[in-house]
Design a protein around this ligand. Structure first.
Ligand SMILES: Cc1cc2nc3c(=O)[nH]c(=O)nc-3n(C[C@H](O)[C@H](O)[C@H](O)COP(=O)(O)O)c2cc1C
Length: 171
C-alpha cells in the first residue's frame, strides 16, 4: 500500500478473522513502534505481544469496553513507566501516541486492522503480562485481518471539518 492509502485506510476494527498474523508482519508492526521518535530519545515504552487465544480472552477483561481484544489475532500491550512527575507522564503519553500511530499505519499498510482498548484493571493486566511494579499498561492495541471488509481508503471520515480544525498563521 502507498503511505497515503495506509493513512486513509486505517480505521477502528473490532472484529477479526480467525487466521493468525504472519510473525514477520507482526514483528514489522512492533519494529515501527520501536523506531518512533521520543523526547530526548528516552523510548519510555515496552511492548508485550500476546497471540495465545486463552491469554487474549483473559486480557480482554482488563477493560469493560475491551471485549474485542478476545477475538484479535494479536494484541500489543503498551507499557509505560510510572512517574511522580506530571511533565514526564505528559511526555510519555505524547511519545506513546507516536509509537502507537506508527504501529497502526504499519499494520494498515499490510492490510491488518487495529483497535484500541483502555486498561482499567492494572492488577489483572500485571498478573497476565508480568510487567514490573514500576510500570503500568497504558493501552492495548488489538490486531487482525478485518472480519467485516478489507481496509481501503475512506473518502469521508467521521471527523471535524478541515477548515474548522486547521488555522493558518493565526487562530
Ligand atoms: C486513546 C484511545 C483510546 C481508545 N479506547 C477505546 C476503547 O477502550 N474501546 C474501544 O472500543 N475503542 C477505543 N478507541 C477507539 C476510538 O473510539 C476510535 O479510534 C475513534 O472512534 C475514531 O474512529 P476510527 O479509529 O475508526 O477513525 C480508542 C481510541 C484511542 C485513540
Amino acid at each position: 500500500m502507498e503511505t497515503w492509502d495506509a493513512i486513509t485506510s486505517r480505521r477502528d476494527v473490532r472484529s477479526f478473522e480467525e487466521r493468525p498474523l504472519p510473525s514477520d508482519q507482526l514483528d514489522r508492526i512492533l519494529e515501527a513502534g520501536r523506531r518512533a521518535p521520543s523526547s530526548r530519545n528516552w523510548q519510555p515504552w515496552d511492548f508485550v505481544v500476546v497471540t495465545e487465544r486463552d491469554q487474549l480472552t483473559e486480557l480482554a477483561k482488563v477493560w469493560r469496553g475491551g471485549g474485542h481484544v478476545a477475538g484479535s489475532a494479536a494484541t500489543i500491550a503498551l507499557i509505560l513507566p510510572d512517574s511522580d512527575s506530571a511533565r514526564e507522564r505528559e511526555l510519555a503519553h505524547y511519545d506513546l501516541g507516536q509509537a502507537t500511530m506508527a504501529m497502526l499505519i504499519a499494520a494498515a499498510d499490510l492490510g491488518i486492522g487495529s483497535g484500541h482498548s483502555a486498561v482499567g484493571d492494572q492488577a489483572r493486566a500485571r498478573s497476565l503480562l508480568g510487567f514490573p511494579e514500576d510500570r503500568y499498561a497504558a493501552f492495548l492495541i488489538d490486531l487482525g485481518y478485518p472480519a467485516d471488509r478489507p481496509l481501503k481508503p475512506i473518502q469521508k471520515p467521521d471527523r471535524r471539518p478541515f477548515d474548522e480544525v486547521v488555522h493558518r498563521g493565526r487562530w
